[in-house]
Write a protein that binds this ligand. Sequence first.
Ligand SMILES: [Zn+2]
Length: 494
Amino acid sequence: MITDKRGGVCFRVDDNQPIPKWTAFAEVFNRHGLKFCAALNFGRMVGNEEYIRLVKDLEAKGHEIMDHTPIHSVDKFPLPQGDDPDPWRARPGVDHVDEKMIYLTYPKIDPKSLAGGRGDISGNQMTSRTPGDLSDPNRNRFTAVYLPDLDRVYMFDQVGEGDRTALKLRSFWNEDNVDLGERRDAFYHKLSKSDVDIALEGRRRMAEAFRRLADELGLRRPVTWIQPGSGGCSDFHREEVRECYGDLYGYLSAATYPNRALKCYNEVDPQGDKAFGMQWGNFDDEGKDLAWNQKRIADGVARHFVLFGHSHFSERVMPDGWDGYLRRIDGLLSWCRETGIPVRTQAEWARILYHTKQDPGVNVFPRLDVDRDGDSIPDGYEISARLDRGDGLSLAVEKIGPVCRVAGLGGLEKGVNVFTVQTRGGGSAEVTFTFSEVGKVERFAFRGGGSAWTSHRGTVTVPPDASLADISIDCTDCSGGGFRINGMDLRQSP
Ligand SMILES: [Zn+2]
């Protein structure tokens, strides 16, 4: 049983980075007795004994090694060593096979709700009837075309710009082998990565291929799957990853791009798939300085979130070079230890956030006296009143209007909760709870008086479909000369 719904952090680094970098990075974590996550492509280590030794070493120290697909691609993987390609051609989920690679099938595209147009095709070149329709500066929204007449999906290279844009079509698997002859006035649909899947049987073949690689390399079978950002034109949805990797191969979690999970305590999770949407990028250990990262982490932890870093060990984005990066990592880890912020692997966080019962009697409202990042603002708060440090920490309310706000508070217990607040001095205030996911607002008002601290209680009902609340306190009457406020507390009755 977790008793304090304490947020925390996870460090994740992707791709088969150079051995000396992993070694130096791991050395910092090992010194602190802390763990990180490495998302690796096992298919690119075959035959590299030095690399396999490195990964075994990381495993032995407790760092989490994750499945980042065999070769950083969701639609193909190498023909396993020693396998005859022929039997592979008949396996479910396999579209075609060559001497080197297995290519996976994609399910039928549903063109409803997909933008479309008409174009002319010659060989592998496609132009649009409406000039500029195929020009799209945002390649995340437009990564492939679907031709309904042929029922095929094609990747492409963009040729030319603006109104003169044409597409040079490539196969779904990025092969340069497309020749569609002459086609006039053909209908097309534009696809984003989240519009295209790999069929369940194809996902199964890829999960089994990774497992076989792990066994052959003598490495542990991973329990976390990480979507490659590049490599194919398909972004898996978290429910698809759960259905395959979770239900069939025992994975605990994943990182997917569409509809990512919030990663906060008591997150609403009706399908049991939020653990498969634990994407990174809440903080940026690679590119940002210590204070920037500390502020984000402190505010997230105060609101009962788990935050993930982001790194490819890319010196190009490090403001202070590789040695500076290692110093910043060391600084972040020291600070996490000093301020009691847990650093765990993704698999550990998946268990805690999504598979552990939480204590409903814990106060989830951020405390005024917690300022882990030392910026003189209580973590998790936006403060509009004056912070008064005499006679205990409180907010001094001197005029009508906003006092403080906590936006996106996690860790909520569904159902009736008790909110408590203390005031001293004369005046009135109102607390507003906004559950924006379900469009519900609850308010209650309280009036203070006298020179002693007085406690006020109200109840608020957290809707079953709400993971987060925005809570603001506003002063509605200050005619008594102002008042002070502290001790905000929100919990299900203890
Ligand atoms: Zn990657």
